[in-house]
Design a protein around this ligand. Structure first.
Ligand code: AMP
Ligand code: ZN
Length: 286
C-alpha cells in the first residue's frame, strides 16, 4: 500500500526503532513512548485489521508476539505483557495496517491498561444469546454451470444452492463474455448468495475452475503476481472476487462430468442457456 505509514516503515522509508524482524513480521517502538516501552508488532504484508488478515498470517504474528514477550521477560527484567489491538475505526484504530500493541509490565508499575467502562445495559443471558457463534457449521451444496454462444459471445450462468433440502436458483448473463468467465460467475454468484460463512461443496464441470484449486494453479498465479509464462492471468478480476469469497466460506471443489447424468448440472446448464436465449431475445438475434 503506497500511502500506508507502516508499509513505509517496513520498507525503511520512514525511520523506526526496530525491536524485532522476521520473514513475516516487523516490530518497533510506538512513537508515543508511553508505559515502560510501547511496542508495535505488524505483519510485513499489508492487512487492514484482524478480520481482513489471513489466519496463517495471524498465527505468524501471534508467534512473534510470544517470542517478543518471552524476550521481555527473560532478558529485559519484565514479568508480564499486555497485548492490545484496535480493529475498525469505531474501535479506535488510527493506522489502517494491522498492528498489535505490546506493553511490558512489572508488579506495581502503576499502569492502568484496562479502560474503566460503564456497565452493559443487557444481562449476560441476553448478551450470550446475541453474541454467541452458532457452533454448527452449515453445509451447503452448490451446483454451477456456465455457457456461451460463441467464445467470446453471449453468455449465461446458472447455479443451484441446496441447504437443508431447500433450493435457491440463481442465473444471469452477459452480452459479450467467454465460457470461462461464465463458469466463474456461476460459482461467484452462488457463493455471494450465501450470507453466513458456510462449508460449501461446489460441483462444477469446468476443469478451468476446479483445477485452479485442485491442481494449485491459483496459488501459483497469486505467488507470481498474476503472471504465467504466457503472460497475464486472464479473468483476474473474477479470480480475485472468488478468492475474497473463499475467505468467508470453507469450499470443497468437485469436478463433475458435463452434459451427462448429473441432474443438477443439467439443470444449471439449462439455466445458463436460458439466459443466453433471454439476451438473444432482448437484442433480437436468432
Ligand atoms: P491505533 O490507534 O491502535 O491504530 O495505533 C496506532 C499507533 O501507531 C499509535 O499508538 C501511534 O502512536 C503509532 N504510530 C503512528 N505513527 C507512528 C510512527 N511513525 N512510528 C511509530 N509509531 C507510530
Ligand atoms: Zn500497510
Amino acid at each position: 500500500m503506497e500511502d500506508c505509514i507502516f508499509c513505509k516503515i517496513i520498507k525503511g522509508e520512514i525511520p523506526s526503532y526496530k525491536i524485532y524482524e522476521d520473514d513475516h513480521v516487523y516490530s518497533f517502538l510506538d512513537i508515543s513512548n508511553d508505559g515502560n516501552g510501547h511496542i508495535l508488532v505488524i505483519p510485513k504484508k499489508h492487512y487492514v485489521n484482524i478480520m481482513d488478515c489471513e489466519e496463517i498470517y495471524l498465527s505468524k504474528i501471534m508467534a512473534s508476539i510470544k517470542k517478543i514477550g518471552n524476550h521481555l521477560i527473560t532478558n529485559c527484567g519484565f514479568s508480564g505483557i499486555n497485548v492490545m489491538n484496535c480493529s475498525g475505526v469505531d474501535a479506535g484504530q488510527s493506522v489502517f495496517h494491522l498492528h498489535f500493541h505490546i506493553w511490558p509490565r512489572n508488579k506495581d508499575d502503576g499502569l492502568k491498561i484496562f479502560p474503566e467502562l460503564k456497565k452493559c445495559d443487557a444481562s449476560l443471558d441476553v448478551l450470550c444469546e446475541k453474541l454467541k457463534l452458532s457452533e454448527k457449521v452449515k453445509n451447503v451444496t452448490l451446483y454451477t454451470d456456465g455457457a456461451c454462444s460463441g467464445n467470446p459471445g453471449m453468455g449465461g450462468y446458472g447455479s443451484i444452492l441446496i441447504y437443508n433440502g431447500v433450493e435457491k436458483v440463481i442465473s444471469g448473463g452477459e452480452e459479450n463474455t467467454t465460457n470461462n468467465r461464465m463458469e466463474l460467475m456461476a460459482v461467484i454468484s452462488g457463493l455471494e448468495a450465501i450470507k453466513m460463512g458456510c462449508k460449501v461443496e461446489v460441483y462444477s464441470d469446468s476443469a478451468y475452475v476446479v483445477n485452479a484449486f485442485l491442481q494449485g494453479w491459483l496459488e501459483k498465479w497469486v505467488n507470481n503476481g498474476w503472471r504465467t509464462s504466457k503472460g497475464d492471468v486472464q479473468n483476474q478480476d473474477l479470480w480475485q472476487r472468488l478468492l475474497e469469497l473463499l475467505q468467508k466460506h470453507n469450499v470443497e471443489w468437485h469436478k463433475v462430468k458435463g452434459h451427462a447424468d448429473n441432474e443438477y448440472n443439467n439443470r444449471c446448464d439449462a439455466l445458463a442457456r436460458g439466459e443466453i436465449e433471454k439476451i438473444k431475445k432482448l437484442i433480437n438475434v436468432d
